[in-house]
Design a protein around this ligand. Structure first.
Ligand SMILES: Cc1ncc(COP(=O)(O)O)c(C=O)c1O
Length: 375
């Protein structure tokens, strides 16, 4: 660090120069993040110095977090759900599995979880951190979890099942009602990862059942900082019952609250304020419009790619397009040279584009024009 401080303008000139090198969202078709809503940004700014790690010092902010969880609970068919605003899907998934371990009082070094092959890599992190084994069940032809394959992997050391509502690669929704039945039959904890789908599925024309409406679902990951249009970081972890969240309580004597359940210690109230503000501002109607536009643009992109001879891997269920493309990895690189960012999937290998709200008709038009040049 320098001995004496630099001038503010010099610092900001350096910061702005760095920012200019970042890829603007209008060239990004690979990310599940997007520009936050202006209302979310404003709320975030109001709460930048709050710390929900010590909630009794911030009772107003803590109340906003509770209201935020209440709104998300309503969306997920359980208005009195409990939970907290986390840093994102990864933290929520890790914490859900921590809960399952605490619930089962088992020898964690023998414990395993059964997840579909499509589960996000955050479960791999959770498995390493928590010292539990992860068993990945093969998918069906439409790249959804196959409940019978999951059932075949369950044994006496299984502590939890995971299902995904909006898979990261293909945007597919697992048959959560069937997996819920399996969880109930086997008396197993069921966690639903709706990090991406949580702010999409409820606003679709014919929403699939994926949330607390399904008996057996004990906890849900849902990320306001993806399709919720909140600022980064804002994730959500919701539980069917408060007793589950309480299983995570750790004594924290020096804090005014005396206990803590979140994974992060110090955590910003800006995440909760931002998510709460944008949900209040948009209401269900606002999100329905956003999702309808994303789905319209998804269909349009898909049709334009089909016209170029690229076959869809699955018909888009949500706002993700995946197509076969000869050499998807090579194509991805050539697109990056033209400053377009798409991603590729692994099984099967395909070109993947997430049609977030910033992927407008104009963006798609410009993207397809450049895609034709690099094909
Ligand atoms: C289904 C799913 N779960 C979890 C995550 C992890 O979320 P985060 O990056 O916010 O930790 C993602 C991220 O894309 C995801 O798609």
């Amino acid at each position: 660090m320098r001995e004496t401080g630099a001038g503010e303008e010099d610092i900001f000139a350096e910061l702005c120069e760095a920012r200019r090198r970042d890829v603007p969202y209008g060239r990004v078709l690979s990310s599940m993040c997007t520009n936050p809503h202006p209302v979310a940004i404003r709320a975030h700014q109001e709460f930048v110095n709050t710390n929900l790690g010590d909630p009794k010092l911030f009772p107003g902010t803590a109340a906003i977090e509770r209201r935020c969880i209440g709104l998300i609970g309503e969306l997920l068919h359980l208005p009195d759900a409990t939970g907290y605003i986390s840093t994102g899907g990864t933290e929520s998934n890790i914490q859900a599995l921590r809960t399952a371990i605490q619930l089962k009082h088992t020898d964690r070094h023998r414990a395993n979880i059964v997840v579909p092959e499509s589960a996000h890599y955050s479960f791999e992190k959770a498995s390493q951190m928590l010292g539990i084994a992860i068993r990945r069940a093969p998918l069906d032809d439409l790249l959804r979890a196959d409940p019978s394959e999951m059932a075949a992997l369950i044994d006496e050391d299984t502590i939890a099942l995971v299902a995904v509502a909006g898979t990261t690669e293909f945007g597919q929704i697992d048959p959560i009602e069937e997996i819920g039945k399996l969880a109930q039959e086997q008396a197993l904890y069921l966690h639903v990862d709706a990090a991406f789908g949580g702010f999409v599925i409820p606003f679709m024309e014919k929403p699939a059942k994926f949330d607390f409406e399904v008996p057996g679902v004990q906890s849900i990951t849902i990320d306001p900082h993806k399709m919720g249009l909140s600022t980064i970081p804002s994730g959500g972890l919701l539980y069917r019952s408060e007793s589950l969240l309480k299983l995570l309580e750790i004594n924290a004597q020096y804090l005014t609250s005396m206990v803590q359940t979140s994974l992060a210690g110090t955590r910003s109230g800006a995440s909760a304020a931002s998510a709460y503000a944008v949900m209040q501002y948009l209401g269900r109607e606002g999100y329905r419009q956003i999702v309808a536009t994303c789905m319209k643009n998804t269909r349009s992109l898909q049709e334009q790619l089909e016209d170029l001879g690229m076959e869809p891997v699955i018909e888009p269920v949500m706002n993700i397009v995946t197509v076969g493309a000869g050499d998807p990895v090579g194509l991805r690189k050539r697109l990056a040279e033209k400053n377009w960012y798409v991603s590729t999937t692994v099984h099967p290998c395909a070109l993947r584009m997430v049609v977030m709200p910033h992927v407008t008709e104009e963006v798609i038009g410009a993207f397809v024009t450049d895609l034709k040049k690099v094909l």
